[in-house]
Design a binder for this molecule. Structure first.
Ligand code: T46
Length: 137
């Protein structure tokens, strides 16, 4: 299973570092929404769903967390701990987030507004949609 990590150019000088995110340039879609999570309690995991259409890029702008991406036949672990790296999350991926560091700020850029009807929250339903070719990139 191919994991798409996007290297984000860091503009550094003696003041520190700056990363710029630009829609349809280093972010491979039109950005409609940005959200971020922080203060995640110890031992808490998040996600446990896939999407019907939504495409996203996740960036650990501070700290770290572990993603699991699952395409219905393979599961891959990815540690996000680099503010200059984005993880592309296709809709068709079941995603879970674990092992948030206390200081983790996980920012997500999305190609659509929030829509609860786009979520698939049942893993068996996700598997059957994938197996029947009802979900595609
Ligand atoms: C995803 C992973 C990576 C909103 O009102 N607007 C929003 O844009 C979002 C993302 C959430 N919410 C509300 C809905 C829930 O009441 O915030 C609450 C927490 O959302 P949720 O439980 O869906 O959060 P996660 O961390 O399980 O999942 C989120 C995204 O929802 C999801 O699309 O791919 O992060």
């Amino acid at each position: 299973m191919e994991i798409k990590l996007i290297p984000l150019q860091t503009h550094g000088d003696d003041r520190g570092c700056l990363v710029s995110l630009e829609q349809s340039k280093n972010i491979p879609f039109e950005v409609k929404r940005v959200y971020y999570m922080f203060d995640t309690k110890q031992g808490v995991s998040r996600g446990y769903h896939a999407h019907i259409k939504l495409k996203q890029v996740a960036i650990a702008v501070k700290g770290s967390c572990r993603f699991i991406l699952d395409n219905g036949s393979e599961r891959v672990d990815i540690i996000l701990n680099n503010p200059a790296q984005g993880l592309l999350i296709d809709s068709t991926m079941w995603r879970e987030m674990h092992d948030f560091s206390d200081d983790c700020v996980l920012m997500v850029l999305a190609d659509s507004f929030y829509d609860e009807t786009d979520y698939i929250r049942d893993y068996n339903q996700f598997k059957s949609l994938v197996n029947n070719g009802k979900l595609s990139d």
